[in-house]
Design a protein around this ligand. Structure first.
Ligand SMILES: Cc1cc2nc3c(=O)[nH]c(=O)nc-3n(C[C@H](O)[C@H](O)[C@H](O)COP(=O)(O)O)c2cc1C
Length: 210
């Protein structure tokens, strides 16, 4: 039995392709893995706070020296990290916004990429001081984009700061087993969008049955 963490980050509701695809993914997954459990988090419509000065002061104070106020400053971060640690599988929906991720998703990442909880710093190891603390997790990313051609060598490949960024940020904390599905052409012809959705759905069927 596995535990899934399902995260959406589009501010859109019914019109959101990433939201629809993550829902279809999780429903299909539950059909073929009926004993698996799911936690849902919506950072698109219920954004998490940005990190602020008390957060930074707390995160860089050793736990044994933190005051109650400093612990409180990290309470959202701790809750989000506990939720992440509890998951075996992540299913995340991420629109492309200005070639990267929405700021709400960045705010989420800033809360979960935290020294001492999701990565460690070893000052003795000058070559490689940063050590990921998460292991064995699998992640499925479903992106949605207005255009297409963001793959390596394609016309907009050099402008894609979404896939590489997600791989670097999650890889830094130890989530390296990442499978991506893309829904593209939201801003182009309805035929090209429909073809992209059908392609994503075929991938979802294959991945969730595996
Ligand atoms: C603020 C904003 C920025 C966007 N930037 C891009 C972009 O850089 N590249 C792109 O292909 N589409 C871009 N789009 C289009 C969205 O990626 C597209 O509509 C996608 O389907 C949104 O995800 P959703 O359907 O899950 O809401 C942008 C849309 C918005 C609202």
């Amino acid at each position: 039995m596995a535990h899934l963490l399902h995260i959406d980050s589009s501010p859109r509701g019914k019109r959101s392709h990433s939201r629809r695809m993550t829902r279809e993914f999780v429903e299909a997954w539950q059909q073929s893995h009926p004993h698996d459990t799911v936690t849902y988090r919506d950072v698109g419509r219920q954004p998490v706070p940005h990190v602020d000065e008390p957060w930074i002061a707390a995160a860089y104070t050793p736990p044994e020296q933190r005051s109650p106020e400093l612990w409180e400053a990290l309470s959202v971060s701790d809750r989000l990290i506990d939720e992440l640690i509890a998951a075996d599988i992540l299913v995340i929906g991420v629109p492309m916004y200005n070639f990267s991720v929405p700021s709400t998703f960045k705010a989420y990442l800033d809360q979960i990429v935290r020294a001492g909880r999701t990565f460690a710093v070893d000052p003795e190891d000058a070559e490689n001081p940063y050590k990921p603390l998460l292991h064995g997790k699998k992640m499925f990313v479903i992106t949605a984009r207005g255009s297409s051609g963001f793959g390596p060598g394609e016309r907009y490949g050099h402008m894609n700061y979404q896939d590489p960024y997600l791989r670097v940020a999650f890889g830094f904390i130890g989530i390296t087993d990442i499978t991506s599905i893309h829904v593209e052409n939201d801003e182009h012809s309805s035929e090209s969008l429909a073809a992209s959705i059908a392609n994503a759905q075929a991938q979802i069927t294959a991945l969730t049955a595996a």
